[in-house]
Design a protein around this ligand. Sequence first.
Ligand code: F6R
Length: 615
Amino acid sequence: MCGIVGYVGDEDCANLLVEGLRKLEYRGYDSAGLAVLGEKGLAVVRAKGKLSNLEKRLGEQPPRGATGIGHTRWATHGKPSDENAHPHSYGGVAVVHNGIIENHLQLKESLAKSGHKFSSETDTEIFAHLIHDEVERGLGLPEAVRAALKNVRGTYALAVVSENHPGMLVVSKNASPLVVGIGDKCNFIASDVPAILAHTRDVIYLEEGDFAVITKNSVQLSDLAGQKLERSVRRIDWTPTMAEKNGHKHFMHKEIHEQARALTDTIRGRASIEEGDVFLDGCHLDKKLVERLSKIQIVACGTSWHASLTGKLMIETLARLPVEVDLASEFRYRDPLIDKNTLCIAVSQSGETADTLGSFREARTRGARGLAICNVVGSAIAREADDVLYTHAGPEIGVASTKAFTTQLAAFFLLAVRLGRLRGTISQEQGRAHLQALTEVPLLVERVLKYEEQIKQAAYKFSQSRDLLFLGRGPQYPVALEGALKLKEISYIHAEGYAAGEMKHGPIALIDENMPVMVLAPRDSATEPGVNYEKILGNIHEVRARGGRVIAIHSEGDEQVPRLAEAAIPVPQTNPLLMPMVSVVPTQLFSYHVADHRGTDVDQPRNLAKSVTVE
Ligand code: F6R
């Protein structure tokens, strides 16, 4: 949580820092601030709320200086306010921080005893005080930061500037992300690459415990003890415009529309229809290794957890290997049954989610092999994994996850086919058919997008509902969960996803004309309606019999379901395991248009942040 950006060079940097923070607002937007070192010393400007408030405060003439740090906050300790906004400064030292200092109360108490006065409720402020004291004792800034870090217990990405050390940034990282950007006679730091992509594509991903002293001409890396380190510079192929809205009103809308492209990128170079097999760069799964596996354990949160529920169906169906799926926050503390014959898969768009990372580590400590399905290259989860399957969705800026979900499903399908081939549960011929169907999915997603106007009309019609139920069966059940999550997080309408067969065990009591029900009712396949379809038809009748209003997502050409629905949205047909990638798209667009119609902040819904790096 929280976004950090920093610059050291020859140019006045206040505007550059603001632009960087704009790209990081997805990480939190409770307040924003920056500290700039110039001829007049240290200037700190902060404002509660979104970045626009900081911009207003900076006005026409922001402080001048060619060394600076900026921060956008997602509150953990202390309410959103001007005082709690970063940077925190004390005696010419300014600090920005992403993470949580667990022993900050003890440290605060002992600093207070020696006369320190605090101006915020944050855990971060203690850094400014600790570092200042060390500088006063005569240490240089790098040594002072090292000495201060020895006292703290917790997680951090930290950046520090000091009036006594112009032209220098000191940074360190433990469990929160931080990259260093290499420029020409200037250097950068950021929590995430889009913040500096307009200036450089060459970055160093810092690892846990890394420490860096950065000037305009040098980046000196070491560990906390001062031992010199080498880290490779990576070239990022995301262009700055990939991180822009490209004419869409919201990032979420843009990202929904990017899904066909994103899916193609996930599949590209991996699915060989000719060989009926999959080549997973970054995954070292061979026959011997896979034969040893007794089960797969998946850990994930939120939307990634929903993708994992579908992933389980894909792997169990195609590879006939038992799969358990846990919410990462639950898995970690339940003493799970994991051993060296378990493959643990961590699924995470950001690759930084604290619960997912923590449970992944837990599984690996118990001997499991670790495979990560991640979007963000070089993220913590990806770095810790034995095998990585990147989804290649490109940056996802909208807080509500869309293309991350569909590309995770594609990644799972590729993995399931690969495992199936390795275990001999699917033949080459079957592999070919599955992969052929997968490569057609992007086209089907494009086709769904053509129904947007129809979906928008349905969204407007139901946009004033207080509650909404989503129902699905089999592979459509996780889609129902995901549809409900999307609607509630961006429109603030209360929504629940249910397995349609469970309705009669409780939720049916809620059904009346005020509780619209979105039913995911595609046929099971092109050749037969299928058991899920037959059963869900029955569920639709049950809803209607109780006065419920039905919004149906149905297969193109199907005549039965639309007849029973007040609003009906067609989707093209594919095989049942691939159908979620197609049928989820109208639920995303429905939620988007409901929220937009209600005038909510679609890309940055209240109380949420894109990357949840606290437990
Ligand atoms: C919902 C959403 C969240 C994330 C969850 C996990 O739209 O975005 O539920 O899916 O916070 O995030 P990652 O996938 O980054 O681990």
